[in-house]
Ligand binder design. Structure first.
Ligand code: T4K
Length: 373
């Protein structure tokens, strides 16, 4: 096997041709509206609501600020049930709102929060559940809602990986009280940095829009200690162009995933996630799981081996969020409470996946995994 000349990273942002973006920049330069709910911002909100099949969407500077604001919009306090198997921003959004996270273990099939472990974690201070549709695969949505309804809890989905995913023939962001999206450079749809909150009614959208603009409800009235988390016009303009190319990118992603699935199908000790039911996937990540004994080599060794070959995969999500120093002391962070999450975090590698990845690269990566031992 020949080492690749150029490094291959876990992802590479998709961008349109520069020429396609320039007329939008020209318009911004002409009209001098750079931010604060400008024309591109309004247009992107409209187009995204339609495209994602959701009633209301508010654009944000990034997904993390969308999460922080979503919790404020619903006035969430006290303790919130969440998953340790995610990007650290999920739990940080609670910390920024002075909310105590209650970590609950995940289910082994897709790595999403295990609804059957939620009830035992609920305390009188619990006000909400913050699950994550990890890798874009739907959580057990119906069961989570059932528990939330019984205990009077809000559900805010971290749907950062879920742009364009449909579940049971509707946009996945229609479930729960709110969902947040990320349009970061590394996501299937990017505005360089960016994010959004999806909500179901106009009053909530209004409150979210106030909160992302310092709390201003009019020129001289401030209704809450809001923050500045608005998406600017350059980001929104890029979003409008990116949307035109979304479907072709997803088609390419699907072909890559199909190719990985075929090439890695029969390697002892390497497992892949199953295909989720009733779901139109966005093929955002391609995690594999390494069983050290069956494969004959540990996850970290394989990760290093890939690196030696100029392939920079990532261990999303290792370490667990509950392992970071600011959360480690919590009772719910105890590893005895999180055996499934611990196992997946110690076995996972996300392989490179982006529309420009060539079939040759996939073959190369798969060969390394096949022959690493
Ligand atoms: N909730 C969940 C479940 C999330 O996964 C995330 C973000 C959030 C909330 C928060 O949303 P945002 O506030 O980010 O909108 C990356 C991303 O920074 C982060 O957005 C993402 N999740 C997380 C899973 O992955 P890193 O630290 O791994 O990114 P980085 O910079 O190492 O990028 C990975 C590779 O991508 C690089 O090795 C090279 C390539 N790359 C990256 C960037 C940024 C490029 O080629 N160009 C680029 O501009 O966190």
């Amino acid at each position: 096997m020949k080492k690749l000349n150029n490094p291959i990273y876990v992802t590479q942002p998709s961008l349109p041709e520069l020429e396609e973006f320039i007329p939008y920049l020209q318009q911004i330069w002409n009209n001098k509206i750079l931010t604060n709910n400008g024309p591109f911002h309004q247009q992107l909100e409209k187009e995204l609501a339609e495209f994602l099949g959701v009633p209301f969407i508010s654009l944000f500077a990034n997904g993390t600020l969308a999460l922080v604001t979503a919790l404020q919009a619903l006035r969430i306090t006290g303790e919130v049930i969440t998953t340790p198997y995610s990007f650290v921003a999920t739990t940080h959004s609670l910390w920024w709102n002075n909310i105590k996270p209650l970590f609950v273990d995940i289910e082994p099939e897709f790595g999403n929060i295990d609804p059957e472990k939620i009830e035992a974690a609920i305390t009188p201070k619990t006000t909400a559940i913050l699950p994550v549709h990890v890798y874009g695969n739907p959580c057990k949505i119906e069961r989570i809602q059932e528990i939330a309804d019984i205990y009077g809890l809000k559900v805010i989905y971290d749907a950062a990986h879920c742009f364009g995913v449909n579940y049971k023939n509707q946009g996945i962001c229609n479930f729960g009280d709110l969902s947040i999206l990320s349009f970061h450079a590394t996501k299937v749809f990017n505005t360089m940095e960016g994010g959004a909150i999806v909500c179901h009614d106009e009053a909530t959208k209004k409150r979210i829009d106030y909160l992302k603009n310092f709390g201003f409800a009019g020129e001289t009235s401030v209704m809450a200690p809001g923050i500045n988390s608005k998406m600017n016009e350059m980001q929104a303009a890029l979003g409008l162009v990116q949307l035109k190319h979304y479907q072709e990118n997803i088609t390419k992603r699907k072909a890559i995933v199909d190719s990985y699935r075929e090439k890695l199908a029969n390697i002892q000790g390497i497992t892949m996630l199953p295909l989720p039911e009733s779901t139109d996937s966005n093929h955002s990540y391609f995690p594999i799981f390494v069983d050290e004994i069956a494969y004959g080599m540990g996850r970290d060794q394989l990760y290093e081996k890939l690196k030696q070959n100029n392939i920079f995969a990532r261990r999303y999500f290792y370490p667990l969020i509950s392992e970071f120093p600011m959360y480690k002391g919590l009772d719910s962070a105890n590893t005895a409470n999180l055996p499934v999450a611990e196992k997946l975090a110690n076995q996972v590698i996300c392989l490179p996946l982006y529309p420009q990845l060539s079939i040759g690269h996939i073959a190369n990566i798969s060969d390394i995994i096949n022959n690493a031992k």
